[in-house]
Design a protein around this ligand. Structure first.
Ligand code: F6R
Length: 607
C-alpha cells in the first residue's frame, strides 16, 4: 500500500529518494516524507497530500545527507496529516513502514509505561519507539532492530536509519514486499524493483521474515530467527523508460490505449500462430487430471476470474469454485486435493490474494497464478506463473491488466479443454484464430470514442447508475460499475440482467441511467427483454452492443455503441474496453484525480 525507499552511498540521497517516491506514488499518496543522516543526526521533511507538496517543502528547506529513507503513505491508522506522515522516529532512529502492526496497542501501552511519549496516531510509530527503547538500553542498531522485529505482529516492510551510523540502512519484511538494489558503491531498499528501475536492475528479494543490514558495500541477510542467510541477486527485466505518459493526459488513458498491444503480447507468449495451438509452459501437474478449480482474486482481477469461470466450466467442463480472496481466506472451504488453485493479480502482492494462495497450498491445490508483476511475492510462491504481458500499470484503476488476464484465462481454458477432451484440435484452432483476431478488433473499439463521450455526458449527470449484463457480460458490467465508482465517485451497481425484476427494477426512473453490455449471441434476446422492461418503466438505456445487435437496439436505447462483432467467447474482452473508457470519460467531465482517485492505492498489501 505505502511505498518505501532507502539509499545508502556516496551521492546526495534526497533527489534519489524523491525520484523513487515518484515511481512509488501509485502505492499511496496521502502524505510523504524523507529522513536523512546529516553529520550523524537525523533530519526529516514531511508533507500531507501529494508528493508535489513534499517537493515544495524540500525547496524551502533542502535536505542534505547521503543516507536516507522515504515513504509515500496510504493511511491505515491515523488521518493523512503531516504529523502522521512517515518517517517516524526519535533522535536515535527513523523508520518508514508499509503494512499494519496488529499488536501496536499492546506495544504502545508497554512503551508508554516505560516513559516513551508517542506523538502520532499511527501504528508505525510503535516500531520506531520500540527500536529507540532498545537503543537506549545500549543495544546496537542490529541488536535493537532484531529485538524489535521479534515483538511485531501483523504485516510490515520496514526501512530504518540510525543516528551516528552514516552508512547503514536496516530493512525487514513480513507479509509486505521489500527488495534490495545493488548499485556501484551505493545500495538501495525499495518496495518493488520498479521504484529502483533507473538506479539498478540488480535486485535481491527478501523472503518473508527476512531482515537485512545494508551498507554501501553490500547487504547481509538474516532470517526470522536471526541466522545469516544468502539471497540471490537477480537482474530484472524492468526498464524505467516504460513508465511515462507518452503524451497522454493521464496514465489511465495511455493504458486504455494499450489494450490491443497488451492482448497481442500476452497471447504471443501462449500461442503458436503457425499451428494455432496453445502452448503452455511445462506444468508440474496434469491438466487432464484436475478434479476442479478454485479461483480467487480481488477487485477487477476477481471479475476477470468470473469470466474465466464461464469459460472453464462452459468450454473445458471443469467445475469451478470462485470467491473474492478476502472472503475465501477465512471461509475454509473444503477443496478437493489435487485441484487447481488459480490466483489472479496484477501486482502479485495483494495481501488477501497472497493469504488465499497460501491457504490453497495448505489444502493441497496446485498453485497457478496469473500475474503481471512476475517478480512478485505471489510469483515466487506459485507452482506455475502465467504472465500477463501488460507492462507497468501505473493508473490506480486497473485497465489493460484486465484484458491481459482474460487473454491468459482464455488460453488456459483451451489448454484444459484439450487435455480433458472437451475441445477437439479443430475447435482449438478456431478458438485460437478468434483470439489472434482480438488485437485488431480491440483497436476498432477506439473508433467509438465519440459515442462513448456522448454516453459519458449522460452518466456524469447521474447520482446512481445501474450496469446490466448476462452470462460472461455480467462480470463486464461489474467491471464497468467498479471503474465508474473508482474514478468518478458516482454510485454504480452491477446486476445480472435476469435479476432486475427480483428487486432492483424498483430503482428505475429517468434519473438512473442503465448501462447494458449486450453482445449478439445466445443470450441477446433474453437480455433485450430485460432492457425492454426497464425502458417501459422510464429507464434511460445506454447500450454497448456489436454491429450485429445494433439495429435491434435503435429506437429502444437512447445511445447505442456498436462494437466490432466477435464470437461469444471473446466478446467479454472487447466489451470491457468501452466500459472502462466510459468511466474515464465521466471522470474527465467530473474533474476528478483520474490516475490517483481519493482513498485508493494501487497495491493493497494490507488486509
Ligand atoms: C480496480 C482495481 C482493483 C484491483 C484489486 C486487485 O480498478 O485496480 O480492484 O484490481 O485491488 O489488485 P491486484 O490485481 O494487484 O491483486
Amino acid at each position: 500500500m505505502c511505498g518505501i525507499v532507502g539509499v545508502v552511498g556516496g551521492r546526495d540521497a534526497t533527489p534519489i529518494i524523491f525520484d523513487a517516491l515518484r515511481r512509488l506514488e501509485y502505492r499511496g499518496y496521502d502524505s510523504a516524507g524523507i529522513a536523512t543522516l546529516v553529520d550523524g543526526r537525523i533530519e526529516r521533511r514531511r508533507a500531507a497530500g501529494k508528493l508535489d507538496n513534499l517537493a515544495a517543502v524540500l525547496a524551502r528547506a533542502p535536505l542534505a545527507g547521503v543516507t536516507g529513507i522515504g515513504h509515500t503513505r496510504w493511511a491505515t491508522h491515523g488521518a493523512p496529516t503531516e504529523n502522521n506522515a512517515h518517517p517516524h522516529g526519535t533522535p536515535r532512529v527513523s523508520v518508514v513502514h508499509n503494512g499494519i502492526i496488529e499488536n501496536f496497542e499492546t506495544l504502545r501501552r508497554e512503551l508508554e509505561q516505560a516513559g516513551h511519549v508517542f506523538v502520532t496516531e499511527t501504528d508505525s510509530e510503535t516500531v520506531a519507539q520500540l527500536v529507540d527503547f532498545h537503543l537506549a538500553r545500549g543495544l546496537s542498531p542490529r541488536e535493537a532492530a532484531f529485538a524489535t522485529l521479534r515483538r511485531l505482529e501483523g504485516a510490515y516492510a520496514l526501512a530504518m536509519i540510525f543516528a551516528g551510523h552514516d552508512n547503514l540502512l536496516i530493512g525487514a519484511r513480513h507479509g509486505a514486499p521489500l527488495v534490495v538494489g545493488y548499485g556501484e558503491n551505493e545500495m538501495f531498499l525499495g518496495s518493488d524493483s520498479l521504484a529502483l528501475a533507473p538506479l539498478t536492475r540488480r535486485i535481491a528479494y527478501l523472503d518473508d521474515g527476512d531482515w537485512v543490514m545494508v551498507t554501501p558495500d553490500g547487504a547481509e541477510f538474516f532470517d526470522a530467527s536471526g541466522e545469516r542467510v544468502e539471497r540471490a541477486v537477480r537482474t530484472t527485466a524492468l526498464i524505467a523508460g516504460s513508465v511515462g505518459k507518452d503524451g497522454y493526459r493521464h496514465f489511465m488513458d495511455k493504458e486504455l490505449h494499450e489494450h490491443p498491444v497488451v492482448i497481442g503480447q500476452t497471447l504471443q507468449r501462449l500461442i503458436d500462430p503457425a499451428t494455432r495451438r496453445v502452448m503452455l509452459p511445462d506444468l508440474p501437474f496434469d491438466l487432464a487430471g484436475l478434479p476442479r478449480a478454485a479461483i480467487t482474486a480481488c477487485g477487477s482481477a476477481f471479475y476477470a476470474g468470473l469470466i474465466g469461470r464461464y469459460w472453464l466450466e462452459g468450454m473445458a467442463g471443469l467445475p469451478v469454485d470462485i470467491d473474492v480472496a478476502s472472503e475465501l481466506r477465512y471461509r475454509d472451504p473444503p477443496l478437493t486435493p489435487g485441484g487447481l488453485g488459480l490466483l489472479i493479480s496484477q501486482s502479485g502482492e495483494t495481501a488477501d490474494t497472497l493469504a488465499a494462495l497460501r491457504g490453497m497450498r495448505a489444502r493441497g491445490q496446485h498453485i497457478l497464478s496469473v500475474l503481471n508483476v512476475e517478480q512478485s511475492t505471489m510469483a515466487r510462491e506459485s507452482d506455475v506463473v502465467l504472465g500477463t504481458v501488460a507492462g507497468p500499470e501505473i493508473s490506480v484503476a486497473s485497465t489493460k491488466a484486465f484484458t491481459a488476464q482474460l487473454s491468459v484465462l482464455a488460453c488456459l481454458t483451451i489448454a484444459i479443454g484439450r487435455a480433458r477432451g472437451t475441445l477437439t484440435a479443430a475447435q482449438e484452432q478456431d478458438l485460437v484464430a478468434e483470439l489472434l483476431d482480438l488485437p485488431s478488433r480491440a483497436n476498432e473499439v477506439f473508433d467509438q470514442a465519440p459515442a462513448i463521450r456522448e454516453m459519458a455526458a449522460v452518466v456524469a449527470e447521474a447520482r446512481d447508475v445501474l450496469y446490466l449484463g448476462r452470462g460472461s457480460s455480467f462480470p463486464v458490467a461489474m467491471e464497468g460499475a467498479l471503474k465508474l465508482k473508482e474514478v468518478s465517485y458516482i454510485h454504480a451497481e452491477a446486476y445480472a440482467a435476469g435479476e432486475m425484476k427480483h428487486g432492483p427494477i424498483s430503482l428505475i426512473d429517468s434519473t438512473v441511467p442503465i448501462v447494458a453490455t449486450l453482445p449478439s449471441g445466445r443470450l441477446f434476446e433474453k437480455t433485450l427483454s430485460n432492457l425492454q422492461e426497464a425502458r417501459a418503466r422510464g429507464g434511460r438505456l445506454l447500450v454497448f452492443t456489436d454491429t450485429e445487435g445494433e439495429a435491434r437496439l435503435r429506437g429502444l436505447a437512447e445511445i447505442v455503441v456498436a462494437l466490432p462483432t466477435v464470437s461469444e467467447f471473446t466478446a467479454p474482452v472487447i466489451q470491457t474496453i468501452p466500459v472502462q473508457m466510459l468511466a474515464y470519460e465521466v471522470a474527465l467531465l467530473k474533474g476528478t484525480d483520474v490516475d490517483q482517485p481519493r482513498n485508493l492505492a494501487k497495491s493493497v498489501t494490507v488486509e
